[in-house]
Design a protein around this ligand. Structure first.
Ligand SMILES: Cc1cc2nc3c(=O)[nH]c(=O)nc-3n(C[C@H](O)[C@H](O)[C@H](O)COP(=O)(O)O)c2cc1C
Length: 179
């Protein structure tokens, strides 16, 4: 595969989000043509869907997932689970035509303040992804613990162990996309 296209999804919206930094690191270390998704979509409301259809921002997200060779999702850990922002976006995308996730190579990451590196958030995201039947990579696991001190001023990971794990995960993603 010459140009490997990677869509990065951060489950946190804030500009300085550590999960946003982490998907950018995934893009950098993979050497991919990297696109960053925007989860700033409306809250799912069945009445709005019935009256107004799929919001443009949701259709754009769905189209980006469908077009990418692979997707990397980094969720923050909120109260031991994935973020509501991310779950809302997943629910909206499931209402679009077709299933953009079907057999899509997907890697899950987490940057969390706690010492577990968001292990529970990543498992809850795995469960949340199951209905869409993507090809979810199982490892190497990348959960950045105490993440506020793991990025330098350029937003790059400083710990070689995390760089190695993320690079390995991206290699697996590329191999999966090439099959
Ligand atoms: C509502 C809320 C709940 C949180 N719960 C957890 C948690 O269960 N485990 C944890 O490690 N960090 C938790 N945190 C801290 C986040 O890991 C930390 O704020 C992280 O930087 C959020 O991701 P972001 O930098 O991408 O915004 C929580 C933060 C918020 C705002």
């Amino acid at each position: 595969m010459t140009d490997f296209s990677l869509l990065g999804i951060s489950g946190a919206l804030r500009a300085e989000s550590l999960n946003r930094k982490l998907i950018r690191e995934a893009g950098r270390l993979s050497g991919a043509v990297f696109t960053e998704a925007n989860l700033n979509v409306p809250l799912y409301d069945g009445d709005d869907e019935e009256n107004e259809g799929i919001p443009t921002s949701v259709q754009t997200l769905s189209d980006q997932i469908a077009a990418a060779d692979a997707v990397v999702i980094s969720t923050p850990e909120y109260n031991q689970a994935l973020s509501g922002v991310l779950k809302n976006a997943l629910d909206w995308v499931s209402r679009t035509e077709g299933n953009p996730w079907q057999d899509k190579p997907v890697a899950i990451l987490c940057a969390a303040a706690g010492r577990t590196g968001g292990a529970r958030a990543t498992y809850s995201l795995r469960l949340a992804m199951t209905p869409f039947q993507p090809h979810l990579l199982t490892g190497p696991e990348v959960g950045i613990a105490s993440a506020f001190s793991e990025f330098d001023e350029q937003g790059q990971l400083t710990n070689p162990r995390y760089v190695k794990a993320l690079s390995g995960l991206m290699d697996g993603l590329k191999a999966s996309a090439a099959r």
